[in-house]
Design a protein around this ligand. Sequence first.
Ligand SMILES: [Zn+2]
Length: 304
Amino acid sequence: MDSQRTLRRSVSCAGIGLHSGNKVTLTLRPAPANSGIRFRRTDLGGFEIGATVSNVAGIQYATGLARDEGSVETVEHLLAALVSLGIDNAVVELNHPEVPIMDGSAAPFVYLIQEAGVRSLPVPRRFLRIMRPIELVRGDKRIALYPSDQFKVTYSISYDHPLLRHQARATAITESVFVEQIAPARTFTFLKEVELLRQHGFALGGSLENAVVVGEAGVLNTPLRFDDEFVRHKILDVIGDMALLGSPVVGHLVAHRGGHALHTAFAAKILEERDAWELVEEPSTAALPLPAVAPFGATLSAGR
Ligand SMILES: [Zn+2]
């Protein structure tokens, strides 16, 4: 049985909001068992917004949450880091409506969580285990979850751009895989879209310091951290969006050409299809160790 976890102590960092360009202070604080991840706006008198599917609001260029008059934007990279490092419960304090973009990846949040340390809580963690396939298709975009004995992601992307036609990656998501192979992958955007975004008041804090920018002739800020950094970032995004389910997923997620709108609509569909999953304290019966003593004298030999 796994125990729920929170942070050992509070930690802070500062950065800028990608879309607003404003300076933001973020503080991660420990929280009790079964309280989940909650955002707290110190500039709104401590107003709290839970990281849940029911609070999903903005989904155009990043995932936002809102409740009543309060909102938080660009939550996905931080949520991906928290869930992948096994943090079930935490308070995320912000003095602004936007999580800082940092370097456009989840690596700075991984570092922050590691600085805080992890504390076990004496309450079992519950996993959301997929029992039958769930699928959502919108035009040429597709996302699905299949039963599996662990959390895996297979993602493929394709763009009408000479430098970025098709990338695909499949990986089981463990803490070390996330930290080493997924968290450092940065947000990316196309140069021709940057001007459009700015005209609409987005990406005011965007720069080559916090996003990979793809121009017609090449990537503006080389070198890339990975040859397939783009699809790795998509995996990072979908992990963050699935964190809104509130329990770690045990299943194989397969997505093609997704984005935050598709990811969060899929998260809502998962919760609606209540017969497709169960909440369990053991992620997988297949992962249980063999009994130390064979029952009734049976021999433990061929094929376990
Ligand atoms: Zn992202």
